[in-house]
Design a protein around this ligand. Structure first.
Ligand SMILES: Nc1ncnc2c1ncn2[C@@H]1O[C@H](COP(=O)(O)OP(=O)(O)OP(=O)(O)O)[C@@H](O)[C@H]1O
Ligand SMILES: [Mg+2]
Length: 400
């Protein structure tokens, strides 16, 4: 079984010591839909701190409000309520009536469409923000060449955007965003127009570049792998609310809610009722029978509170379940199942197991060849189960 890594040393888990580069406080932005469609609230009381040198990813499904939040920070949308500070400066405050226009905010933005000037060379595209800020000409040349080197495009400086690939165009857009050293870079799905292989390479480069240049970033994506690859912390958004924020390890291993648990990675989530509680075991009754959970395990850190009789949810990742072809000696968290389907993925084999009404997903590392329709027994270590709460947005994830 995989070892759980809750690594708070290499990733910026807490952001308390350094002052925030970006501070969003109780921000709200709504839209009125045309034709009597009612009100949408894509940013509903969101608070968020981004520390110096930190990359925070806003992750959530289409329409949950990621772009709207980013545009509020950039000054492209006017919120109704709340406060935004960038580098210690208030750029928006509803109580004080402050609203700075986008060009007065110390941020740069990278869009999904690269938004390069087609009639300018790569050099001139990257130089443009410096010229707009009246940087002296002799400094511009050196800074543009240095930045083009960071993104590996020095040899193409004299080309025009139409003469280079999509991945290279996005590198130019990155260079243009970091050249003016605003200290804060906002990314809105910057890699969704490049093909899968280039995307994987570019996301590693963005992370390397962010660490090398030391800017703070807010990075919007709906792709959880991309989020994991570039983030110091991930903020999971759900219908205008922030459902949870934490390091990728915390979000994966310690989800607070069913929504976060099922949005990041794969999860088996069962409804249950707490039957009994002791210092070393919590018993939850589910449709699969009683499950024993070890409340002392690392996976129960900050878990949903349990009181006898309360309804709860139990989460287990597919890689945390063991499968046996003969009935094992242990009776703890042991469930008899039938193999419904088996799929070989190369690095692992996935089984879909059926137990009564439940379908259970299991990943076994490497090759495993238990035939479909045979009877098996699964076991789950009590230290691999986590209690979570239903999502904060009603019915957002029920019925999955
Ligand atoms: N100008 C607008 N007028 C009315 N509604 C809007 C406007 N802009 C956004 N919305 C609505 O606000 C909600 C959030 O939109 P937003 O673009 O922030 O989502 P998103 O999370 O970025 O989605 P995607 O992943 O598809 O880009 C959606 O329901 C959208 O239809
Ligand atoms: Mg968007």
């Amino acid at each position: 079984m995989n070892t759980i890594v809750l690594d708070n040393t290499t990733r910026a888990s807490g952001q308390a010591e350094t002052p925030a580069r970006v501070r969003v406080t109780q921000l709200r932005k709504s839209f009125q839909r045309h034709g009597g469609g009612g009100e949408v609230i894509p940013v509903n009381n969101i608070s968020l701190d981004v520390a110096a040198h930190e990359m925070v990813v806003l992750l959530g499904p289409s329409g949950c409000g990621k772009t709207t939040l980013l545009r509020c920070i950039a000054g492209l949308e006017t919120p109704e309520r709340g406060e935004i500070l960038i580098n210690g400066q208030t750029v928006y405050s509803s109580p004080s009536g402050i609203l700075l226009p986008p060009n007065k905010r110390p941020v740069s933005m990278v869009f999904q469409s690269y938004a390069l000037w087609p009639h300018m060379t790569l050099f001139d595209n990257v130089a443009y923000p410096l010229q707009a800020r009246n940087v002296p000409g002799r400094d511009i040349r050196q800074r543009v060449l240095d930045t083009l080197e960071v993104v590996g495009l020095t040899a193409l400086a004299a080309q025009y955007p139409g003469q280079i690939s999509g991945g290279q165009q996005q590198r130019v857009a990155l260079a243009r965003a970091v050249v003016s050293q605003t200290g804060v870079v906002l990314f809105d799905e910057p890699l969704s127009n490049v093909d899968a292989r280039v995307r994987e390479q570019l996301r590693l480069e963005i992370r390397r570049m962010q660490k090398a240049l030391g800017f703070s970033g807010i990075y919007v994506t709906h792709d959880q792998n991309e989020a994991m690859a570039v983030a110091d912390r991930i903020a999971v958004l759900n219908d205008g609310h922030m459902e949870q924020i934490g390091t990728p390890e915390e979000i994966y291993n310690l989800p607070d809610t069913t929504y976060v648990g099922s949005f990041i990675g794969s999860a088996n989530i069962w409804k249950g009722t707490v039957r009994s509680m002791a210092a070393d075991r919590i018993v939850v009754g589910t449709t699969l029978g009683d499950l024993v959970i070890d409340p002392r395990s690392e996976l129960m850190t900050n878990a949903a509170p349990a009181t006898p009789g309360a309804e709860t949810r139990v989460l287990v990742r597919p890689e945390s379940i063991a499968v046996h072809t003969a009935a094992p000696a242990t009776a703890v968290n042991c469930i008899e199942c039938v193999v419904d389907t088996r799929v070989f993925f190369g690095s692992s084999t996935e089984y879909l197991l059926i137990a009564g009404e439940e379908r259970i997903r299991v990943w076994i590392p490497g090759i495993s060849s238990v035939p479909e329709r045979s009877t098996v027994w699964l076991t789950i270590d009590p230290g691999r189960l986590r209690l979570i709460a239903p999502s904060i947005v009603a019915n957002a994830d029920e019925g999955r």
